[in-house]
Write a protein that binds this ligand. Structure first.
Ligand code: SAM
Length: 284
């Protein structure tokens, strides 16, 4: 069964009386080339977790390339469809759940003996950031996260410091991973066609975070504060968020070599780490 063919998609819709739910981001991929790009970039070793299989087009590709696929689908109507479209594979487990509510640590322990897995997904756009934050912040044994996301979101997640796309989400991605864009995917490669273009983003999870910080929570508080008002200086953003007088904050920044009049988006991860440690030192 060629699940990339719009004709097959229509036939399955008719067979199961299935209508797309826009609210669940149901835009199905029809490009074999992109499926192969996702699967190659995932560099699957032990197994792979897929989020949001839809009719199973990517699931089938992953199942052909790996020992085991666990796929998580929220839409109950798709469970019977997937049993039908994936009936040729005996290495796929389908879980009907909301990925944001799942205990993924337990799932990896139970299904993959706690070994490092890859994550692959064509994500519903409205939950891209919460899913990626969950995958990274829970410190799960993950090798690579390869996800199709809105093109602009991919650009933000993989941005370089000082570029226009650099923001708090970039810092989170670059703290835990090495991000890169695998390929751009135009809207016409989906059924139904979405309003926006997409890109496949790869996040290679680092063995340890890219910079050393004393207090991770505080690091992300500082980052969030620094980007809270893009047109304001770093000094003003930090003073609005931490109870430190302006003149003290100013000399604190200078003590770590950061000019107070700079904007948050010009700081490297190491500079954010230095500022965080200096604030902590001042507060404690
Ligand atoms: N993988 C298929 C493909 O590439 O064509 C479908 C991708 S479609 C963009 C996103 C899928 O995620 C849909 O099947 C949708 O029902 C599912 N989904 C949406 N929210 C979800 C959630 N919170 N947890 C798990 N799956 C979800």
């Amino acid at each position: 069964m060629d699940l990339t063919s719009p004709k097959t998609i229509r036939a399955i819709q008719e067979k199961f009386g299935f209508t797309f739910k826009k609210g669940l981001g149901q835009n199905f991929l029809t490009s074999r080339e992109v499926l192969e790009d996702i699967s190659d970039a995932a560099e699957i070793e032990n197994g792979v977790i897929e989020i949001g299989p839809g009719f199973g087009v990517l699931t089938a590709q992953l199942a052909a390339e790996s020992k085991k696929v666990v796929t998580i689908e929220l839409d109950e109507r798709l469970i019977d469809v997937l049993a039908y479209t994936l009936s040729d594979f005996d290495n796929v487990k389908i879980i009907n759940a909301d990925v944001l509510k799942l205990d993924l640590k337990k799932l990896i322990d139970d299904e993959f003996n706690g070994e490092r897995v890859s994550i692959a997904a064509n994500l519903p756009y409205y939950i891209t950031t919460p899913i990626i934050s969950k995958l990274l912040e829970e410190r799960l044994p993950i090798k690579n996260i390869v996800v199709m996301v809105q093109k602009e979101v991919a650009a933000r997640m993989a941005a370089e410091p000082s570029s226009k796309d650099y923001g708090a989400i970039t810092v989170m991605c670059r703290y835990f991973t090495e991000p890169s864009i695998v390929t751009d995917v135009p809207a016409q490669l989906f059924v139904p066609r979405p309003k926006v273009d997409s890109a496949v983003l790869k996040l290679r999870v680092l063995d340890k975070p890219s910079v050393v910080v004393i207090d991770e929570k505080m690091f992300f508080r500082v980052v969030k504060a620094a980007f809270s008002q893009r047109r304001k200086t770093l000094l003003n953003c930090l003073c609005a968020n931490f109870p430190i007088p302006k003149d003290e904050m100013s000399s604190l920044l200078e003590s770590v070599g950061v000019t107070p009049s700079r904007r948050g988006e010009t700081l490297s991860l190491q500079e954010f780490a230095d500022v965080t440690d200096a604030i902590l030192h001042r507060i404690n």
